[in-house]
Design a protein around this ligand. Structure first.
Ligand SMILES: Cc1cc2nc3c(=O)[nH]c(=O)nc-3n(C[C@H](O)[C@H](O)[C@H](O)COP(=O)(O)OP(=O)(O)OC[C@H]3O[C@@H](n4cnc5c(N)ncnc54)[C@H](O)[C@@H]3O)c2cc1C
Length: 408
């Protein structure tokens, strides 16, 4: 890629901010314009399902710090609706266009909607942005019970927040235990014990067949025929990459929970034919990065959807956009979750393991340390209340993933 004179960053979230900061750190002194659909600048989304719901922080207290010398133009409250690559410009939803020389795609993801049947009544929430968190916090403050639909990390964190507020919580999920897909059966079964012990009504291998109520939520019917009376529900059904504005742009996109804008290991967006697109990079939840553990039958690209991705890949992506060398190797994703008094930390991609090794399990002190393996390879590690053990595991995963791999 040749060095651009001006850069437009679409998406003013964590990835947009980190990409802009990395461009400046690499000496880029041209114009940077950030376009963001939300009316406010970047903020800390993970707090929304934790401290904001419990009332320990207000939504306004989640702003991310911005370096005073970033020197960027902010176009907030505006959505990119189309990309015209031949004309090197974007159309915005106010009817204006914006020319770019270099482009950073950082539009993140949106909460997966209710798949049906019917349209859910008011009282059924999703949680992705600040406005959602304020709405859900208000509903929880009104008391009553909470039904959480979807037992991944987000669903479990919201269940934890609601229990800490003293609300009755029902957690419905398709697996045997909450978070099983992400952390595997060994860890998920231990965590399910903690959740049940904290008073969460776990409904495994269950879905919601439909909601009750018209103008306001009255309850839900579960797939086993049970009726739950509840005034607030959260849909925690995963995230979908925000790629709609890129349809027809000639970039390679894939839909679904693991989809996004395909890019190479340097973060360069790919053309439909697989070659790198000129002057366009991708970062954060909207990026589908090359699968770090390719296997027969596995998709070529994968959206990882962790905070660490936007942070750890920002410099590589900035270097690629500026046409500079970057000696970076494969990054190891990391993830944290705070729920039910547990500090859960993971590195790597536990969901691709076929074997879990337990190194320490102390139920009295709520401590757990496991590593994940696939074939002869370590693919991840997870600790509960044993964070100090993680750095060594991360280093081993990093070495194993990069063994025999050429630098990017
Ligand atoms: C409730 C919640 C809790 C989480 N907790 C954790 C956690 O504990 N640990 C962890 O590792 N990760 C967690 N995550 C994930 C983490 O927040 C994301 O990985 C991170 O926010 C990704 O940053 P991003 O900038 O790529 O996307 P986003 O933060 O989604 O930002 C993208 C921005 O682009 C804007 N945008 C979208 N489309 C357009 C468009 N067409 N034009 C202009 N702007 C557009 C969006 O409005 C948004 O502001 C959590 C996420 C949520 C929602």
């Amino acid at each position: 890629m040749r060095r651009p004179e001006s850069v437009v960053v679409v998406g003013a979230g964590l990835a947009g901010l980190r990409a802009s900061t990395a461009l400046r750190a690499r000496g880029f002194d041209g114009r940077i314009t950030l376009v963001g659909e939300e009316p406010h600048g970047p903020y800390d989304r993970p707090s929304l399902s934790k401290a904001v719901l419990t009332g320990q922080r207000t939504a306004a207290e989640t702003d991310l710090p911005i370096a005073p010398d970033l020197d960027a133009s902010w176009r907030l409250g505006l959505r990119a609706v189309r990309l015209d690559r031949a004309g090197r410009s974007l159309s915005l939803n106010d009817g204006t266009t914006l020319a770019y020389d270099g482009l950073v795609i950082a539009t993140g993801a949106a909460a997966a909607p209710w798949p049906g049947p019917g349209v859910p009544p008011p009282g059924v929430h999703t949680l992705r942005g600040r406005r959602d968190a304020v709405g859900l916090r208000g509903a929880l403050s009104g008391g009553g019970g909470l039904l959480v639909v979807g037992a991944g990390f987000l669903g479990a964190e919201v269940a934890s927040a609601a229990r800490s507020l003293g609300l009755p919580v029902t957690l419905v999920g398709t697996g045997r235990w909450p978070m099983e897909r992400a952390v595997g059966p060994v860890v998920a079964s231990v965590l399910a014990g903690v959740q049940a012990g904290a008073g969460v009504d776990l409904r495994p291998r269950t879905t919601v067949a439909g909601f009750l109520g018209d103008r306001t939520l009255e309850g839900a019917v579960l797939s086993d025929g049970t009726r739950i009376r509840v005034g607030t529900a959260l849909l925690a059904l995963g995230a979908r990459p925000n790629t709609g504005w890129l349809r027809g742009s000639g970039l390679r996109l894939s839909d679904g929970p693991s989809g996004g804008v395909h890019c190479d290991r340097r973060g360069r967006a790919l053309e439909e034919d697989g070659g790198p697109a000129d002057g366009i990079v991708v970062l954060g939840d909207v990026a589908a990065v090359p699968h770090p553990l390719p296997d027969r039958g596995s998709p070529s690209h994968l959206s990882i959807g962790h905070w660490s991705e936007a942070v750890d890949r920002a410099d590589t992506v900035a270097a690629a956009l500026l046409g500079q060398e970057s000696p970076v190797e494969e990054t190891v994703p990391s993830f944290w979750s705070d729920q039910f008094g547990l500090r859960i930390r993971s590195v790597g991609l536990p969901r691709f393991a076929d074997r879990t090794e337990v190194h320490d399990h102390d139920p009295v002190r709520s401590r757990l340390e496991v590593t994940y393996h696939r074939g002869g390879r370590m693919v991840g590690a997870l600790t509960v209340n044993r964070t100090s053990r993680l750095a060594a595991h991360r280093e081993r995963v990093r070495r194993e993933w990069n063994r025999g791999r050429a630098p990017v």
